[in-house]
Design a binder for this molecule. Structure first.
Ligand SMILES: N[C@@H](CCC(=O)N[C@@H](CS)C(=O)NCC(=O)O)C(=O)O
Length: 208
């Protein structure tokens, strides 16, 4: 059975949500971040770091396979349950668009959010640069303009169905809201629309 290590509404929530969409059986292990390495429930514990060298979440285990990147885990879960349509049966062009948007979320949209996290609490104190917060806000606004241009005015980001990219976008906007970035109405609506899905609501009860 799939085992997923995660923490609250962090990036691991993407994977938990995908598991709920597919209805695959799984075990969820709530994992503490940035806590003492001696704590057996900590992502810093030596046993956990044998699975995830960086001591981060998510980590997925299944039959000897260990995955530690949320996008790879999302795709793996989707491929384990092709009937879910999370990776739809679609044309090359649709897949190219899906890859492009997923890449944009990871390399452009979420980076300013992570910059804020790193320079507020994640990096060791003496590595933090408070001025980075202004830069992060500026970069996020730039990414939003691009996304507004890239994303079609339709219910789903690609194809005519809910896919891994919709999970990525909704979780990333939820992250932006939690981190108090300005999110325009269009993307607030996107977050709300997808978080209202029963699978997202079930995932929230598991994560919290
Ligand atoms: N590229 C990784 C990033 C994973 C990551 O940075 N996870 C954060 C939570 S969202 C974490 O575990 N941080 C712990 C830390 O920085 O100590 C992914 O997308 O899965």
């Amino acid at each position: 059975m799939i085992k997923l290590y995660g923490f609250g509404e962090s990036r691991s929530f993407r994977c938990l949500w995908a598991l709920e969409e597919t209805r695959l059986p799984y075990e969820y292990v709530s994992t503490k971040l940035r806590t003492e390495a001696g704590d057996p429930g900590s992502a810093q514990h030596a046993d956990y770091r044998k699975l995830n060298f960086q001591g981060k979440v998510p980590t997925l285990l299944n039959e000897g396979l260990v995955l530690t990147e949320s996008i790879a885990i999302l795709h793996y879960i989707a491929r384990c349950a092709p009937e879910s349509g999370l990776l739809p049966n679609a044309s090359m062009d649709v897949y190219a668009r899906l890859d492009e948007l997923a890449s944009f979320v990871l390399t452009e949209l979420e980076q300013p959010l992570w910059s804020k996290g790193k320079h507020t609490f994640a990096l060791p104190e003496k590595q933090r640069i408070p001025k980075m917060l202004e830069t992060a806000k500026f970069e996020f606004q730039k990414a939003l303009l691009t996304l507004d241009h890239m994303l079609p005015e339709s219910e789903y980001a690609v194809a005519d169905c809910f896919t891994v990219v919709d999970i990525l976008l909704a979780q990333t906007f939820n992250w932006a809201i939690r981190f108090k970035f300005d999110v325009p109405a269009r993307f607030l609506a996107l977050r709300d629309r997808h978080y209202n899905r029963p699978a997202a609501q079930r995932a929230l009860t598991v994560a919290c």
